[in-house]
Structure formats: structure tokens, C-alpha cells
Design a protein around this ligand. Structure first.
Ligand SMILES: [Zn+2]
Length: 520
């Protein structure tokens, strides 16, 4: 009787090749001379294994294509590879084959695994549970329940006993060889109807269970299959092989037993915390404040809400500062919106470019070392909010060219708010194009800074406008949709929170710190 260990290794990732080497070295430590062990590698790179006492079969590019259905389902290579090797090996009926994934290793005796493989019993890594019992397998119920699938001369139907078995280890005997083909035909039907990547182990288990018992070998193997374990293990194994690959085989085998792959408790906790932190931070809301005029205005003012008294503005910046938030321009906020940076940040924006922004807001912003973006109307510079005139809204002076230069010299930023502040939705495509493209060009020409941030006049936008903004080369665009932005938000339709005359401190805090704005 031969005891055959099989690894299938393909692709460019060096980690898989090193994994197979490490796995077979740790297995060899436990092999006895009486047993006739044979290690077989089916691989795209036979050269990788030439210094080991193994039988190598190579996978040709054609085979890889055929087995993976032209790259459509790579896991099928396992099934077809196992069948191919079994056919090539000239097996006798008592031989046993143990397939192993490359991320396995053996720091205690695995020999019992071969005893568990019997003519009436296949071996898998683990029974993951009944399809009908576990929620994560619902996809199989959704797509297979009530269906009959004809494979050769027999029918397949999902049953109450259908279970998922982990196939990182598969032990079978030659009498089970037809089950591989049957499973493969089943898998090819599943590929069309079940959107799950686990159809390879599922089809094989369903196929074998029709005729044989199945048992699990989890206890006898160690592995590093999760991404965090891999991240830890792969460099350790690579370092071990770099150091030891040239040593005599028996030396390599004994040293491989001493390699510590398991992460320390601290390492596990650290990896988990850092991962959690990343997840939390990536969902963390990023408030973008929308201001217009910063000025104390008399009660009679039409649309007084657009004017935030300087004292109130000062209080708001003070609150942000004591809470540990940093106020940023849209340019500085972009890496946070793209998920590259994380931190306690708030975007600060001023629409229209009022002179009082420079007089009343800039000193406060500088006091806390904050930045902000002022959105300018390129052909109304030095004029006033003429677009509001017909609605009777109080006119306020807009910054002149030299005042804007002053604003920039303070380290504050500017963005585009069109040439004339029209309702873009009502313009022809050509007119919108001019407003959006020319505003950028005019501001860049006037102030010698790249203009990357846009703000829709009156907050109004539609899909063609968003596409135009993108084509013009803007990286962000803000709206008047309410809510807090997150790294998941579309950068060209960013929501903001209006800060008005009426935004008293408690309301300001609710907007920043709670879901207050998100549901409005
Ligand atoms: Zn505006």
C-alpha cells in the first residue's frame, strides 16, 4: 500500500510554493521507513521542487485554462488536478491519497490521517455544518431548493443532510475516483446557478456522501488559512526557506519542526484591534460644514439665516478645537474622503466668497490653525451676490481679487462656484460647460493655484452635470444635500451640513457628533 501526499501549486504567488515546501518538510518529520510514502506535486513550476524527494507532474498552460474553465473558476483546478494525478499514478486498490492545501503544516504526528482514509470512508478537513442549519449557506438553499439536476444517469437534489465540508485536506482511495468526475459535472452545473465560491468542496462532498462515509482530520493539521494568519506566517516561512533550503534534507526537516508559526496572543490581539480600528475609521463620518456670510446682521435682514454672527462662528471653531477636531479645506480633506488618511477632521466651506469671510472668519480659522475652502464665482469677484437680487435677498460685498490673494496668503484655499452662479440644471449643455470649465480656468489664471474643488450653485445637480464636473478635472464637488460624508460617499456629490444664524452650540454639536444631519 502506498501513502501518497499530494500538493497542487500554481500561479505566481511565491507564498504557495514556499507553503508547499514547508508543509512537506514538516510532514516528512513524521514519516517512518516501513511505510511507503510518496509525495506528489502537481505544479506549473516544477523547478521549484527539484531539490526535494518528490514526484513532480507539471500543469501546462492549456491544462490550467481547461481546468479553470478559462479562468472562470480557479478552484476547479483542485478537482481536475486530483483526478489527473490519480490517473497518472497507476494506483492499486489499496493505495491512499491525501491532498493538502499549501497553507498546512504538521508539528505533531499526522500519520493517523492515512488510517482514517478507508475504502468506505473519505477524509475532509472539517464538517462545517448542514446547509439547512447555517445561515451562511443560505445561498445554496436559495438557488438549489426544489431543483433536480440530472448528472449522467442519476439525479441530484439538495437534501436535509447536505453539508459543507472544508476541502483544504481531502483523503480518498482509488475506488472513489468516479466520484471526482461526478462532482465535477455537478460543479459545472452549480457554476451557472449558485453564486458562491465554495461550490468546489460542496460538490465533492455531495458526490462522495452518496456512496461513502466522511470523517474529519482537523485535529491533526495546523494551518494559517485566514488572511491575517497568512500575513504573519508567510514571511516567517520565507525567511526559514531562504536560510535553510541549501542545508541537507534531514537538517531542513528537523529545523522546520522548530519554526514557530502560531501568533502570540499579543500579536493576535494587536492584529485584531488594528483591523477593527481600520474598519471603524473607514466608516467614520466626515462632517463638511457649509457657511455663507459671517456677519452680525439686523433682524430685518431677508434670509438672515445665511449670516452667522462672528461670535457664534468663533464659538463653533472653539468647540471643534477643544473636541480635538481639525478643520480642513476640501483639498486637505480629500485624502480622508478617499480613505487614505484617517483622523478627527471636519471640512469647512464658505459659499460665494463674501468679503466678511476674510474679515470675520479668517482670523478665527488662523487662531486654531484650521483651513477652509471659499467657493468663488469667477465673474462676480469684487461685486455682490447679484444672483439673489431679484429675490430681495440682502446684498453683501464679495471679495476683490486682492482680498482673495490675501485669503490665499493666509494659507486658506479656494474652489469654484461657476462663473455667474446660475441654476445649472436650467442651462443648455454648452452653457453649463462654459460655467464649469471656464470658472476653473479663470480662477487658475487669476490666482495661480490649481482648482480642484467645486460647489454646485444652489446645491442643484444632476447626472450630466456630475459627469461634466468630472471631465473638467474637479476632484470634489459639494451639494446642499444634508448629512455627514464618509469615505464611501461619492466625491462629486458630497453632502454637507448647513450652519446658519440659528445654529446654536448645542445644535452645532448635535450636527457634528450625532446622526442628526444624516437622516434629514
Ligand atoms: Zn452660492
Amino acid at each position: 500500500m502506498r501513502k501518497i501526499l499530494l500538493y497542487i501549486v500554481f500561479g505566481e504567488d511565491k507564498g504557495y510554493y514556499n507553503g508547499a515546501k514547508f508543509s512537506l518538510l514538516t510532514f516528512m518529520n513524521w514519516m517512518s521507513n516501513e511505510d511507503s510514502f510518496e509525495i506528489v506535486i502537481l505544479t506549473e513550476n516544477p523547478g521549484e521542487f527539484k531539490s526535494y524527494p518528490v514526484t513532480v507532474f507539471s500543469i501546462s498552460p492549456q491544462q490550467r485554462n481547461e481546468w479553470s474553465l478559462n479562468g472562470k473558476y480557479g478552484f476547479r483546478i483542485k478537482n481536475r488536478g486530483m483526478a489527473y494525478v490519480m490517473d497518472r499514478l497507476e494506483l492499486t486498490e489499496k493505495d491512499k491519497i491525501l491532498f493538502l492545501d499549501t497553507d498546512t503544516y504538521f508539528h505533531k504526528s499526522p500519520l493517523i490521517l492515512f488510517d482514517l482514509i478507508q475504502p468506505n470512508q473519505a477524509l475532509f478537513y472539517l464538517n462545517e455544518g448542514l446547509i439547512y442549519k447555517r445561515k451562511r449557506f443560505q445561498v445554496y438553499i436559495d438557488h438549489l431548493e426544489g431543483r433536480s439536476i440530472q448528472i449522467d444517469s442519476s439525479l441530484y437534489e439538495l437534501s436535509k443532510k447536505s453539508a459543507m465540508w472544508g476541502s483544504l485536506m481531502v483523503g480518498i482511495m482509488p475506488n472513489m475516483r468516479p466520484s471526482l468526475d461526478w462532482a465535477d459535472k455537478l460543479m459545472q452545473v452549480f457554476i451557472e446557478i449558485v453564486p458562491a465560491h465554495t461550490i468546489e468542496p460542496f460538490s465533492l462532498a455531495e458526490s462522495l456522501l452518496r456512496k461513502y462515509k466522511m470523517t474529519e482530520g482537523k485535529k491533526y493539521v495546523s494551518l494559517y488559512s485566514t488572511s491575517r494568519k497568512k500575513k504573519h506566517a508567510i514571511p516567517i516561512i520565507s525567511e526559514f526557506l531562504n536560510k535553510c533550503q541549501k542545508l541537507p534534507l534531514d537538517k531542513q526537516i528537523s529545523l522546520a519542526q522548530k519554526v514557530v508559526i502560531k501568533r502570540s496572543a499579543f500579536k493576535v490581539i494587536k492584529q485584531r484591534i488594528l483591523h477593527l480600528n481600520k474598519v471603524i475609521m473607514s466608516k467614520r463620518p466626515i462632517p463638511i460644514l457649509m457657511y455663507h456670510s459671517i456677519e452680525a446682521m439686523p433682524k430685518s435682514t431677508v434670509m438672515r439665516s445665511l449670516h452667522v454672527p462672528p461670535k457664534r462662528f468663533g464659538m463653533q471653531m472653539w468647540l471643534l478645537n477643544i473636541l480635538g477636531y481639525k478643520g480642513l479645506s476640501m483639498r486637505e480633506l480629500t485624502p480622508y474622503l478617499e480613505g487614505e488618511k484617517t483622523g478627527k477632521v471636519v471640512g469647512i466651506t464658505f459659499d460665494d466668497g463674501y468679503q466678511n469671510n476674510l474679515i470675520n472668519a479668517a482670523p478665527t480659522l488662523k487662531k486654531y490653525n484650521f483651513s477652509a475652502t471659499c467657493y468663488l464665482v469667477s465673474q462676480r469677484i469684487g461685486a455682490s451676490n447679484t444672483w439673489d437680487f431679484n429675490k430681495g435677498i440682502t446684498q453683501r460685498p464679495l471679495m476683490t481679487q486682492s482680498e482673495i490673494k490675501e485669503w490665499l496668503n493666509l494659507g486658506l484655499d479656494i474652489g469654484a462656484h461657476t462663473q455667474t452662479h446660475p441654476l445649472l440644471e436650467e442651462l443648455s449643455e454648452q452653457q453649463s460647460h462654459e460655467e464649469i470649465f471656464n470658472c476653473k480656468a479663470e480662477l487658475e489664471q487669476m490666482f495661480k493655484v490649481s482648482i480642484k474643488d467645486f460647489c454646485y450653485p444652489f446645491g442643484r445637480f444632476n447626472e450630466p452635470l456630475v459627469n461634466m464636473i468630472k471631465d473638467a478635472g474637479y476632484r470634489t464637488a459639494t451639494t446642499m444635500s444634508r448629512g455627514r460624508a464618509t469615505p464611501q460617499s461619492n466625491k462629486l456629490t458630497l453632502p454637507r451640513m448647513p450652519i446658519t444664524h440659528h445654529t446654536l452650540p448645542h445644535l452645532f454639536l448635535a450636527k457634528i457628533l450625532t446622526k442628526y444631519e444624516d437622516n434629514r
